[in-house]
Design a protein. Structure first.
Length: 594
């Protein structure tokens, strides 16, 4: 569920606003929203400091195996920044040298200083590049020396006493010889390698730098809250959002510190943060939300249960192989202690779904001839591709029906609920139309009547009469929306297409390499290649899940339920570090400003 919020305004005497902020931070329940844009020199400095430390932390490997250097956090950060600046200079220099090497290499190695000396003695040497086969006119008395050719161009030098002109693109003489350029490239590469080595050493201090970044973030949050307050002597106040269940905590603190407190329902125009608390069994889906950075808006609905159920089904169908599912399950169990509980739960559920689907379709590592015990578990109905496509259409119709039914229930006291019931009729009508047009299945005559009744319900109820002048365009777009409804049903066939592709790729590797497993050496080589092929196939299948399995929930389903995923996370104003000192009036906490 999405936790209900209260809009809370805290009022205090202006001279004690720092003490009030400290107390609110100790409570850790109020998501502070600045009343005015926070600004000020202290805040600008704190933000710059945060970016400085964050950039340094991003350069480090959090999984470095070594021991901390013993240096202070400040020394580590400044050391990292010296490397960052040095590495940037070296990378720019290396890019310039490689460009110069590529420009000069066709002319071979020569000493530019010698050409300068020749020019001082009256002998002019110029380099040219022309299209291959093109022969420019050489001035009388000059000598042309061909230095190289490639598929597109010819490279040559012209030598003459005194200055001259040739009707061809002239190549600027380099400042260094090709040998010197190559030496400098090697030197720059060595400096970059040394920078990487030193960064790897600093990575052992990741925890130290991470700690001062937390402190810098705490400072910025404190100053944003302080500078976002409004003051009108003798009172200062701030606003925020607090879970309804936690308002009593703020109320008790207000009584203790003598604050004024105003609690109201959030306005429709308020940008309220989302605190998502799915039911216990649906909680694993939060791992996917966090992975993709998606969150429903406060005024939307938590679809976590439906998302988890259908994502698991989609995962199983898109991967489609019981053998792969077993690999996922074993890997999840082996890494259980090293991963968050939500991610572990999601991996177990999706792995089991993959195994079940693979057993039902008789797919085990794409092996064509299954042993009898496994072959008996296969459903013959699923061997027919037409049946599989029909099942995909059916899953799509059920999925979208849940979306419109849920939406209709939420707005059940309005006429628009009837429009969503009409969309359910349209969805099933389009399901049977898709069966008829694509799979050549029969079209029940009564479904045309269902489709017609659904369209009438949509037309009559989709727009409240008082809003018709503003939203009449929705009626003009209705034919396109009905076509889109048909397309959405058909789009679920991707479950069949991607799953079949995974099976086909695995079977191709099996067929190509199965014949090589005759001798011990060739068999070992074939087994290694086969392992790599199936690993690649698993990677491609997982990519398909990330694209299609997520899309069907966040786009097709969500559009039909009017969910835009516009939420942002509830982030309470709280203390991150236990040792942070209390704030002083007019400044950030001393420990936090380090």
């Amino acid at each position: 569920m999405i936790v209900k919020m209260s809009k809370v305004t805290v009022l205090c005497v202006a001279f004690a606003k720092d003490e009030a902020l400290d107390a609110l931070r100790e409570l850790g329940v109020l998501h502070v929203v600045p009343i005015r844009p926070p600004a000020g020199e202290l805040l600008d400095d704190a933000r710059a400091r945060l970016l400085h430390v964050r950039r340094a932390l991003e350069m480090l490997d959090p999984k470095a195996p070594g021991s901390p250097s013993g240096q202070s956090a400040e020394e580590v950060v400044e050391g990292i920044w010296k490397i960052i600046h040095r590495r940037k200079e070296d990378e720019e220099m290396l890019e310039s040298l490689r460009h110069e090497q590529q420009r000069i290499a066709p002319f071979g190695s020569f000493d530019p200083a010698a050409l300068v000396q020749l020019k001082e003695q009256g002998i002019c040497v110029k380099l040219y590049q022309v299209l291959r086969g093109h022969e420019p006119l050489i001035p009388e008395g000059a000598v042309k020396i061909t230095l190289g050719e490639d598929q597109a161009s010819s490279y040559f030098a012209v030598v003459s006493r005194g200055d001259f002109q040739v009707e061809a693109p002239e190549v600027r003489l380099p400042d260094m010889s090709l040998k010197e350029i190559e030496q400098n490239i090697a030197w720059s590469e060595a400096r970059l390698a040394e920078s990487e080595r030193r960064l790897q050493e600093y990575s052992n201090d990741y925890a130290v730098v991470s700690r001062i970044m937390d402190r810098a973030e705490e400072t910025v949050e404190y100053l944003e809250a302080r500078q976002g307050m409004t003051t009108s002597e003798p009172v200062a106040w701030l606003q925020g959002f607090c879970p309804v269940e936690q308002v009593a905590v703020v109320r008790a603190a207000a009584a203790r510190y003598g604050w004024g407190l105003v609690e109201v329902e959030p306005d429709p125009d308020d940008r309220v943060p989302t605190l998502l608390r799915p039911s216990r069994w649906a909680r694993p889906i939060k791992a996917l939300y966090d992975m993709f950075g998606i969150l429903p808006g406060y005024d939307e609905v938590d679809i976590s249960p439906v998302f988890l159920v259908f994502f698991s089904i989609f995962f199983g169908m898109l991967i489609g192989d019981a053998g792969y599912g077993l690999i996922f399950l074993v890997a999840a169990l082996a890494a259980r202690k090293k991963m968050p509980s939500a991610l572990f739960g999601l991996l177990v559920i999706t792995s089991v779904a993959t195994i079940v689907w693979g057993v039902l379709t008789g797919t085990w590592f794409s092996i064509a001839a299954l042993p009898a015990p496994l072959a008996k578990l296969r459903l013959n109905w699923l061997k027919d591709n037409t049946n599989l496509m029909e099942l995909c259409f059916f899953i799509g119709a059920v999925h979208l029906t849940i979306a419109h039914g849920w939406k209709a229930f939420r707005i059940r006291r309005t006429a628009q609920a009837l429009a969503h019931l009409g969309w359910i009729g349209s969805t099933w009508g389009m399901f049977f139309v898709a069966r008829h047009l694509i799979l050549n299945r029969g079209l029940p005559s009564f479904m045309l009547a269902v489709l017609a009744v659904g369209v009438v319900a949509i037309v009559l109820c989709m727009t409240p009469p008082r809003k018709f002048k503003e939203e009449w365009f929705n009626h003009a777009m209705l034919p396109l929306n009905l076509i889109s409804n048909f397309v959405d049903i058909v789009s679920y066939v991707r479950l069949f297409a991607v799953g079949s592709a995974t099976l086909a790729v695995g079977a191709a590797f099996n067929d190509m390499l199965g014949g090589l497993m005759k001798g011990p050496i060739s068999g070992l080589i074939a087994a290694v290649i086969l392992f790599g092929g199936h690993a690649l196939n698993i990677g491609m299948a997982i990519l398909g899940v990330m694209v299609h399995g997520v899309r069907l929930n966040t786009l097709e389903f969500s559009q039909h339920m009017d969910i835009a995923w516009k939420g942002y996370a509830y982030r309470p104003f709280t203390r991150r570090l236990a040792e942070t000192a209390t704030a002083h009036k007019g400044a950030a906490p001393p420990a936090a400003s380090a």
